[in-house]
Write a new protein. Structure first.
Length: 343
């Protein structure tokens, strides 16, 4: 099996023309981690299993778990209106007043999506997130449809709002809450939501384990992305940086109910709405799909210069993590092929 996986990894790197590819698999006693290619194709720095990727929307799973922790503590009501927690929130479309925490988590609130993450104009202070939620992009927006329709529409704005709710209820920044209640208890020492602390804007102090984002130019040549996809204004939707080892710790904690109770996790995996374009379902932060007779839960991540696929199969205690440091990498396709190989 290891030989098959090694061969597939090398072929995938070449066939999909990727700068780097990292794969982590854990299924009970079987653990596989391997990489191929480079973390920086210009400097020809070899990619290592401990190297750090921008995880993009995989961050949302940590938001969901944080919300459910606060629900277990009685500080948040899942079906309570979100404005009960941030009464200062304003939007031109008055229908927002009926939106619940659950609807923000499962993308059925009708909230529109972020238009510009401004990766090239990042903000790094603690007030950046609230300023965004109070900004004209949010305040002047209109819902796509009434929230009671329960229709799926992916919304990063919804997750920025959830991040503010976590910060408000916990009386600490969103990033501090996740660090204290998830990263530190699980010893996820290579994970952070404050990527700027890795020195991404200072080459002299840059964390050497951090992968460089890449894209393809008009001639299909792999080049560096001129900016790193970080802006604290969008922390809850996308700023996790981590590696294979730490995401494996996170997955095992989900299986072993170290962060939330079993019944809470089971409720988080209940199907909430159908995703029209691919037949999958959205749960509470988690996406749900079926393959080869098994049910898998996970999330994709995509931002400028990075693609990540994170899926788990609770029935098999199986984790599959696929990371690449280039826009458009077919990581989900690679993940599905790996699942087929593991049968």
């Amino acid at each position: 099996m290891r030989r098959k996986l090694d061969e597939f990894l090398e072929k995938a790197l070449i066939c999909y023309d990727l700068p780097g590819l990292a794969v982590g698999i854990s299924e009970k006693e079987f653990v596989y981690r391997n990489t191929s290619g480079f973390k920086d194709i210009v400097n020809r720095d070899s990619l290592l299993a401990e190297d750090v990727f921008h995880m993009a929307s995989v961050t949302k799973l940590f938001v969901g778990t944080s919300i459910l922790q606060l629900c277990e503590q009685g500080q948040i009501l899942l079906d309570g209106r979100f404005t009960d927690y941030i009464p200062w929130f304003q939007m031109k479309d008055e229908r927002y007043r009926d939106i619940t925490i659950r609807q923000l988590l499962n993308h059925t609130s009708g909230m529109p999506d972020v238009k510009d993450y401004q990766w090239d104009k990042p903000e790094m202070d603690e007030g950046a997130l609230e300023r965004y939620v109070r900004s004209s992009e949010v305040k002047d927006a209109r819902l796509l449809w009434p929230p009671e329709e329960g229709r799926f529409a992916y919304s990063n704005i919804a997750y920025e709002i959830l991040g503010i709710i976590i910060a408000t209820v916990s009386s600490m920044s969103f990033e501090d809450y996740v660090k204290r209640n998830i990263f530190e208890p699980l010893e996820m020492n290579d994970s952070t939501l404050l990527t700027f602390e890795r020195g991404i804007y200072d080459s002299r102090g840059k964390d050497k384990s951090l992968c460089t984002p890449h894209e393809k130019d008009k001639d299909k040549k792999i080049v560096r992305v001129p900016h790193f996809p970080y802006n604290r204004a969008h922390g809850p939707s996308s700023t996790l940086t981590s590696n294979l080892y730490d995401l494996e710790k996170w997955a095992l904690a989900i299986f072993n109910h170290k962060l939330i109770k079993k019944e809470t996790q089971d409720a988080a995996w209940e199907k909430q709405a159908l995703i029209p374009n691919n037949g999958e379902h959205i749960c509470l932060s988690w996406f749900c799909r079926e393959q080869n007779g098994y049910v898998l839960y996970g999330h994709e991540g995509t931002d400028d210069g990075f693609r990540v696929s994170f899926w788990i199969c609770p029935e098999r205690e199986l984790v599959i993590i696929v990371c690449s440091n280039i826009s458009g990498a077919p990581v989900k396709k690679i993940s599905k092929h790996i699942f087929d190989l593991l049968q």
